[in-house]
Design a protein around this ligand. Structure first.
Ligand code: F3S
Length: 396
């Protein structure tokens, strides 16, 4: 792999041990995937933030880095943590968990990472533009950035995203190269039923399973007039069930609007029956103790919708509406949070139903409108799932 003179010095340890270790990680990755060189990145998004997922080993690794005099070089934000960083007592998170989680956050702060703990960084100021090279880790954010925004990122792991943030560079391979961004599946929808908004979660789940790590092109999805939130949900779900990091959709996604994005491709047709089957696979219970919305983190529009549905209502079970610090601040100002909390729900920031320790809080069944959460909840949280539209979930 070609290295500049400065990169060689870093790799020789002349700029300190931490930079050497970071570059060593990126060069090793680059060599595995055949990268010719490193390229500069515009931003990073770092996963491996929740204490539930990284435990003591991860905590110690980040604290070790933070002890040195090293700072990230580009805008870098964090994935959700294991709790609302301010309201964790309200969620009945244990003192021990909270103490460790706050240490992780403090270590990231020392590294100069913005303490915006969200899987929707593009809604909160970490917004790449068309063609930008970035190093993002959260799979749903990767799908959104590559597809909807037309930025270029591989699906980084937590350590490689952090190393990229510290060096401001990433190996030039995979989705950074135009020749690897062509669709290899063409998806045509043949739907006659009027599905609700959770269709995008179900469709994403189905396509992810069918094209595993491929690049789908949606030929006629635009006819359904999906919103940005719909595309956010679709990408998240495909990432969860099939590792999809990039999709194209005619008239909708960035690159498909300006160039030919179809390579040698196989055709797939999806009908109502297959969508029905996807709903059946994602559902494992009709009864649920906790309602979790906001996977990926809710936009303001989504919170507004929940508030409208809950006006003058009283919930008979727990509700978490998960979002980012920034979106919650606007929801507070608009009065949406107040309506939701008056109905008995909670608007929670910095975390989500998957990376928070909900299994330790005793929840065994969750209702969600998210295809991605429906894929993850059974394994990560040992929870049964009711997957449906938000209107239906809140009506029960
Ligand atoms: Fe985000 Fe958590 Fe879902 S990180 S995409 S809300 S699993």
């Amino acid at each position: 792999m070609y290295l500049t003179k400065e990169e060689e010095k870093i790799l020789d340890g002349e700029r300190g041990e931490i930079l050497r270790r970071c570059l060593n990680l990126l060069v090793s990755l680059g060599e595995i995937y055949g990268a010719e060189r490193l390229i500069e990145i515009r931003s990073a998004q770092i996963s491996g933030v929740s204490y539930k997922t990284i435990r003591d080993v991860g905590l110690e690794f980040i604290e070790d880095l933070a002890r040195e005099d090293v700072k990230v070089k580009v805008i870098s934000t964090l994935n959700p943590a294991g709790m609302d960083l301010d309201r964790w007592r309200d969620l009945e998170i244990s003192e021990e968990f909270a103490e460790k989680q706050l240490r992780i956050i403090k270590a990231f702060e020392k590294l100069g990472v913005e303490l915006s703990c969200t899987c929707t960084p593009y809604l909160t100021g970490n917004i790449p533009t068309f063609g930008d090279h970035i190093a993002w880790a959260e799979s749903s954010a990767v799908a959104f950035a590559n597809s909807v925004l037309g930025a270029k990122t591989n699906r980084e792991g937590g350590p490689s995203a952090l190393a990229a943030a510290i060096l401001g560079k990433t190996p030039y391979y995979g989705y950074h190269l135009d020749e690897n961004r062509k669709a290899n599946y063409i998806v045509k929808l043949e739907l006659s039923k009027n599905w609700g908004e959770s269709l995008y979660g179900a469709l994403g789940y189905l396509i992810g399973k069918m094209v595993k790590n491929g690049i789908p092109y949606f030929e006629n999805l635009y006819k359904l007039k999906p919103s940005l939130d719909s595309l956010k949900s679709l990408g998240a779900s495909m990432a969860a069930s099939g590792g999809i990091a990039l999709f194209h959709a005619k008239h909708l996604t960035a690159e498909a609007k300006v160039k030919d994005v179809i390579g040698e491709a196989e055709r797939i047709e999806i009908d109502d029956k297959e969508i029905e089957e996807a709903y059946n696979s994602l559902n494992s219970t009709e009864d649920y103790e906790l309602i979790c919305l906001g996977c990926p983190h809710c936009s303001l529009e989504e919170i507004k919708k929940v508030a409208n549905l809950l006006k003058d209502k009283k919930l008979d079970r727990e509700l978490w509406v998960c979002t980012s610090l920034q979106v919650k601040a606007i929801a507070d100002r608009m009065g949406y949070t107040k309506i939701i909390e008056k109905a008995g729900g909670k608007v929670i920031k910095d975390t989500c139903m998957v990376v928070a320790p909900i299994e330790d809080l005793g929840y065994k069944s969750v209702a969600t409108n998210s295809g991605k959460a429906s894929v993850y909840l059974p394994n990560f949280c040992k929870s049964k799932v009711y997957f449906s539209d938000v209107e239906d979930i809140l009506k029960h």
